[in-house]
Ligand binder design. Structure first.
Ligand SMILES: [Zn+2]
Length: 336
């Protein structure tokens, strides 16, 4: 038992387990140590320390401490033996997730290269007002022409069974993404967990694979901002980045998963501007108000941004609005 528990702790380090459950910490000085909010008791100032070298935790708030097994006992209210079983299952699912994530990352990289080989894809991006090649690169934007991914992934050694399970290939053996601009969706910093495809033709505009949509878009590069702009779609993010609003992200739609809400809450008191589509039927505005109330109850400082009638951030910039105009919209934003 002892040996296998030691092996388990080595294969699934405490910090990895915590990150998988949406805990985030910052490094303390030059020690191999991270500090963040305690998952075991409610607090607003971080007092939960994780020593990565010793693979242990200690909380100065509630006085709890120990190794991974001890953490799981407390966090999930399980016995020692139940905790070990839980962790063995967790490790199994992590191995499966990693092979899926590896394949999705390969597909995203392939689509990124394809983008520059298809003039219609670049024309589409230009039509949406996106020209900055650095931002296209940074967001990992690619293009799926359709009809060549299956061969590429098969050459990399993935079996047909794996391809079908990934959702990238249909039961009929064809590529699922055809004539779509692709954005990779990530989780735990940079692990690719899904791909979003925006049709550039007549097909239904939005398509995601049947997996979790992951965290907020490009979270790794914006999580340090104390004020964030939350928009609906990835093109809104891209054009706002291009206009200098680098603190913009989206949840791919108006619904935030609990993990995405937790990301916004990483910094207590953070200001969040919600800039959803200003549609005819007011759906965007209604969901913005509901979301605003939810975020306010989680101690965030929320503002609702009103764009001109019928606009979303992307179309607003296409109607020749400038960064100054958008900054004025932020300025005029209101508490829910
Ligand atoms: Zn605690």
């Amino acid at each position: 038992m002892g040996d296998s528990v030691e092996r388990l702790k080595q294969r699934l380090p405490l910090i990895e387990y915590l990150k998988r459950h949406n805990w985030s910490g910052r490094r303390t000085g030059c020690r191999p140590e991270f500090v963040g909010l305690c998952p075991l008791h409610r607090e607003t100032r971080p007092s939960f320390y994780v020593n990565v070298a010793k693979n242990v935790f200690y909380c100065h708030g509630c006085g709890q401490g120990g190794d991974l097994i001890r953490f799981v006992e407390l966090f999930r209210c399980l016995s020692f033996r139940q905790s070990v079983t839980h962790l063995e299952q967790e490790l199994g699912s992590q191995v499966r997730d990693q092979s899926l994530s590896g394949m999705l990352a390969q597909a995203a990289a392939f689509y990124q290269l394809e983008l520059h080989r298809y003039p219609e894809a670049m024309r589409y991006l230009e039509g949406r007002g996106l020209r900055h090649s650095g931002i296209i690169e940074e967001l990992g934007i690619g293009y799926a022409p359709g009809g060549n991914l299956r061969r590429h992934l098969s050459c990399l050694g993935y079996s047909l069974d794996q391809l079908l399970k990934s959702g990238l290939i249909s039961q009929q053996g064809r590529d699922v993404f055809i004539k779509r601009v692709i954005f990779p969706c990530t989780e735990h910093d940079s692990q690719v967990v899904n791909l979003y495809g925006r049709s550039i033709g007549a097909a239904f505009p939005h398509r995601l694979l049947p997996h979790s949509k992951g965290g907020l878009l490009a979270w790794k590069s914006i999580r340090h901002f104390s004020s964030l702009i939350l928009v609906e779609g990835p093109f809104d993010v891209a054009v706002l980045w291009q206009a200098g609003f680098r603190n913009t992200t989206c949840a791919l739609g108006t619904h935030l998963t609990s993990a995405q809400v937790a990301q916004l809450c990483e910094r207590p008191g953070r200001r969040v501007y919600i800039a959803f589509d200003q549609d005819e039927n007011q759906v965007g505005q209604q969901t913005a108000r509901q979301l605003a109330r939810l975020l306010e109850s989680a101690a965030l400082d929320v503002r609702i941004v009103q764009l001109p009638h019928g606009q979303d951030p992307n179309s607003y910039f296409l109607t020749r609005a400038t960064a100054v105009d958008f900054a004025a919209c932020l300025e005029r934003s209101q508490r829910p």
